[in-house]
Structure formats: C-alpha cells, structure tokens
Design a protein around this ligand. Structure first.
Ligand code: GYE
Length: 323
C-alpha cells in the first residue's frame, strides 16, 4: 500500500518535470502544428502583425512553422507546398495578392489540411478552398478615409485635387481601399483623383512616388494625399517637406493603419488623420485554429474591430497605442 503510493508520487513528479521541460519554448506532444506564411516585413503594421501571430501561436500548445515571403507570391506558394509536404495540421497565410491561388489551395484540400486566411482575402471561384478569413473590412476603411476628407472639406470650393498612393498591386487592401474611397468621393463633384500609383506599402516607395507626383503636378497642383497605409504617407511627408511644402497644411494627408509613426506624425501636425486597421489579430487567429483543428464549426468571415483618429486626438491616444 505504502509502496504503491510512493510509486504513484514518483510518477507524478516525473510527469511534472516532463511538463516543465516542455515549457521553455518547445512544443508539447500533441501540439497543433501550424504553417504560417507571412507577406513580408514591408510596414510597421506588418511587423506588429508578425509579433502578434508569433506570440499567440507559441509553444507548448502550438508548433509554429513561420515563413516570410518578402512580398512575393511565388515564395508563398513554395512555403505552402512545403507545409503540405510536411503534413502540418493547419495552414494559415496572409496572401500577398488576391488571384492565382486555386492550384495550391486545391493541393492543400486534397491533402486534408484546412486553410485559414489571415488579414488579406483571395479571389477564388470555389470558396470551399479555405475554411475562414479573419481580417479587416478594407472597403469600409477606404470609405472612412473619404468620409473624413468630406467632413474636413466642408465649405471648401472645388476642385479638390487628390493624389493616391496605392498599396501592393493586386492585393486585397489596395483593391478594396481604392474601391471604398472612390465610392464616397465620387458622389461629390469637387473631388478629383489626379494621380494614382502604387508605393507597395513601403516608406521608401511612398517617398519616391510622391516626389514623382509633385514633379508632375507642380507645387500648387495637389491639395490632398490619400495613402493606402501610414508608412507610405510617412515617406511622402518627407518628399513634401523636401519640396518646401508643409505636409498637413499645404497638402492634407489621410492614410490607413493607425501605427505609432502615424500618431507621431499627427502630433507634429504633419498628418491629418489615420483610419485604424488593427494588426493584433494573433489571439483571434489562435482561437480559430483551435476550433478548426478540433473540427468545430467557424464563421466564414471574422471581423477585426477598428476606428478613425485625427490630429486633435493624437497626443491623448499615443500612450494607448500597442503598435
Ligand atoms: O495596411 C499595410 C500592410 O494587409 C492590412 O498590409 C494589411 C496591409 C497594411 O503592409 O501596412
């Protein structure tokens, strides 16, 4: 009887030690193996998103295989194929562009691996090729940027000449933000989009394309900049200053994401407004993956919550920003 108890106690100790051993960043037996293919590291939004995903899909519960596609679809397709070959439990990925996914998604389906889309959508005829999409409503973000502009332009005479810095060509956020923005401003004849070009969601490209806009339209030819993300707006602010103009005054600027850099630019008076796009979707993604892995039913579309912030709110809101 005593001997039996001792043996039981020793077994408990051994189990506890084993569990401790696995706690230090190692996946436990029975962990959910997730292959995650990220777009890249093109913006502050993206680095915050990567951090959030890595934190939420951590060991011991998850065994995360993380791959960075450096903004190239071919790299993502390679990563997905390698996840399929390794037989991961779940694939999650943020598709750099919307089209061209049918073949590889069919391969995942044939292998019985469920796919969760994060952040960006795909354009496929057969929507059984993915289980669910968690992300923001990019069309609504575009509308929000335009509604801010409308309000800020009250009583102003036209024409109000807008230049647009678009995101990555063919990406869901670029397509949808443009659509939502146009939908709202097209209803008011004062607004004209005089130039539109991609700055690939990066600061460097945002600056370069803004320089070209200024050259083409002249110092007095641009009233408003709409940038599909904050990083491009921040790059463009530099170009505007180098041209001897005042960003936020001579050219009003509205962008999307709500990253820390945007709040700092607003506090300095150089950016007028930012529409929030929340990158911290890691915890919601982890829950979806748990549900999908357990065979529970999940909604086809999961929404991330967000708002709009202006210059007068920047100073008070800055300490609350988590990205
Ligand atoms: O707005 C931009 C990033 O897909 C929502 O990608 C994301 C966008 C985000 O590079 O900064």
């Amino acid at each position: 009887m005593k001997k039996g108890f001792m043996r039981f106690a020793m077994l408990l100790c051994a189990l506890a030690l084993a569990a401790c051993g696995k706690g230090g960043g190692e996946a436990a037996d029975g962990a959910i193996t997730v292959g995650f293919s990220q777009v890249g590291a093109e913006s502050e939004w993206r680095t915050a998103n990567t951090r959030s995903v890595k934190e939420a899909l951590a060991a011991p519960e998850f065994n995360l295989k993380f791959s960075d596609a450096q903004q190239k679809q071919e790299n993502q397709i390679k990563a997905l194929r390698s996840f399929i070959a390794q037989g991961v439990d779940v694939i999650a990925f943020s598709p750099v562009v919307e089209t061209g996914w049918e073949t590889v998604l069919r391969e995942a389906k044939a292998a019985g691996i469920p796919v969760v889309l994060t952040d960006r959508a795909v354009d496929v005829a057969d929507d059984s090729l993915y289980v669910t999409l968690i992300g923001s409503d990019f069309v609504e973000e575009g509308r929000r940027a335009a509604r801010w502009l409308l309000e800020d332009s009250e009583g102003q005479a036209g024409p109000i000449r807008i230049v647009e810095l678009q995101g990555t060509v063919g990406s869901a956020p670029a397509n949808d933000r443009m659509k939502g923005f146009k939908e709202v401003i097209d209803a008011d004849p004062r607004f004209q989009i005089v130039r539109s070009q991609s700055g690939d969601f990066t600061r460097a490209k945002g600056k370069e394309v803004m320089e070209a806009f200024l050259k083409a339209e002249g110092r007095d030819g641009i009233d408003v900049l709409f940038a599909h993300n904050d990083d491009m707006a921040i790059g463009a602010i530099q170009a505007i200053e180098e041209a001897g103009l005042k960003p936020g005054e001579d050219i009003r600027i509205v962008s999307i994401d709500g990253v820390r850099g945007a709040f700092e630019a607003m506090k300095a008076g150089k950016l007028n407004a930012t529409v929030e796009c929340n990158p911290l979707l890691g915890p919601q993604l982890a829950q979806l993956i748990r549900d999908v892995h357990a065979g529970r039913e999940v909604p086809k579309r999961v929404q991330v919550e967000e708002g709009v912030f202006t210059r007068d709110q920047a100073e008070a809101e800055l300490p609350n920003r988590k990205y």
